[in-house]
Ligand binder design. Structure first.
Ligand code: AHG
Ligand code: MN
Ligand code: MN
Length: 359
């Protein structure tokens, strides 16, 4: 008999120390992402039909499948490239293709989804059977940071949900997707890191749910997330520094040399989802400026910058494309790229002063 079994037999169950945080967390009643959305809708939109929750359940199902594959990728011949180049001119990884297929499959079975657009596909996809009544379009980056996958570094999925115009004419749906970012209905990401976390906003704050692998559910772990007013790190691929516009170089110098208080440290993972997730939790600033090889910036407006900007603003931060607010950009093509500077209010105010030559 083990020591603890002996204890149970003699004295009943082992008492839980009152200050044991793990036991306390497990005792707390669990709120799943579905439950949370349902309760938020009941509170804010009592007339809601539940379609939106059903749509989000497509995203949680697909991302659970993706995370399961990511966790086993080294065992299942899923590392490495697919041998194809996507519309962005980037080499597709096998997991890019898998994640894309799984999201398309899960979302096209939701009646309320009429159009899908992915970083990995040249054109928007109309979901044929839903053309008459569908209310929503979903645009997504199925696997963000996928060049990191072979080396066991965090990757993610990013999504944005748009309302479709009521008068859809069928045919090419590109115009239906070229909406300002401020019109997003909801946006979120899933970060496949040391744990899997889903962060989303539907315009009523930002909420985070950690996947509990023992029960297969995303459980509320971070309610009403707010970005700290200021942080300690900046995040940028500084190897491109010489090709950044001069005002960006000035700003980075000021961060590094302590012109805004203590000198900043640098953190750069190379997966936007992971770099942003740290910035959301710890504050600071992430920058992907224009460079000589990507004069418009590298990140994609619809799949990356807009959803991240929506989340940042909802959490009390800010997001800029250099000369304007990201969410105010009117897209002209679905794969459009943009510069992205996103972070805490203090760092963003200083950035804007610097970029406008005011300090
Ligand atoms: P994706 O894997 O979806 O193409 O995105 C990669 C992006 C983004 O996650 C990251 O912030 C950026 O590329 C890194 O680019 P650099 O290697 O140029 O720094
Ligand atoms: Mn990406
Ligand atoms: Mn991607």
């Amino acid at each position: 008999m083990t020591a603890s079994a002996a204890h149970s037999a003699a004295e009943g169950p082992t008492p839980t120390p009152p200050d044991d945080p793990i036991a306390a967390a497990e005792d707390r009643s669990m709120i799943t992402v579905q439950q949370h959305i349902f309760e938020q809708q009941r509170h804010h939109f009592p007339a809601a039909t539940g379609e939106f929750s059903w749509l989000l359940s497509g995203i949680t199902l697909a991302t659970k499948r993706v995370q399961a594959k990511v966790r086993r990728a080294g065992l299942t011949n899923l590392l490495g490239t697919e041998g194809e180049v996507n519309v962005q001119g980037e080499v597709q990884q096998k997991l890019d293709v898998y994640a894309n297929d799984v999201l398309i499959q899960a979302l096209s079975s939701r009646d309320c989804v009429g159009v899908l657009a992915s970083e990995e596909n040249d054109h928007p996809m109309a979901v044929a059977r839903n053309q008459m009544n569908a209310k929503y379009a979903v645009v997504f980056d199925p696997l963000d940071g996928s060049s990191n996958i072979d080396v066991n570094v965090s990757v993610g999925t990013i999504f944005s949900i748009l309302r479709l115009p009521g008068h859809s004419h069928g045919g090419d749906r590109t115009d239906d997707l070229l909406q300002h970012g401020y019109r997003q209905v909801a946006a979120g990401y899933v970060c496949y890191g040391s744990s899997t976390i889903l962060v989303y906003t539907a315009g009523m704050g930002v909420h985070g749910f950690t996947l509990d692998p023992s029960i297969g559910a995303f459980v509320l772990s971070h309610e009403n997330m707010t970005m700290p007013e200021r942080g300690k790190y900046y995040s940028v691929n500084e190897a491109y520094r010489d090709s950044f516009p001069p005002e960006y170089r000035t700003y980075l110098d000021r961060l590094r040399t302590g012109k805004f208080g203590d000198p900043y440290g640098l953190r750069y993972i190379g997966s936007l989802v992971a770099d942003f997730h740290r910035t959301l939790l710890k504050g600071g600033i992430f920058l992907y400026p224009p460079t000589s090889s990507h004069p418009e910036g590298k990140l994609r407006l619809l799949y990356e910058a807009n959803p991240i900007a929506f989340i940042a603003e909802q959490a009390g931060g800010m997001a800029s494309a250099g000369s304007e607010r990201v969410l105010d950009i009117k897209p002209t093509s679905i794969h459009q790229r943009t510069a992205l500077i996103v972070g805490s209010k203090s760092e963003m105010d200083e950035f804007e002063r610097c970029i406008n030559g005011r300090g």
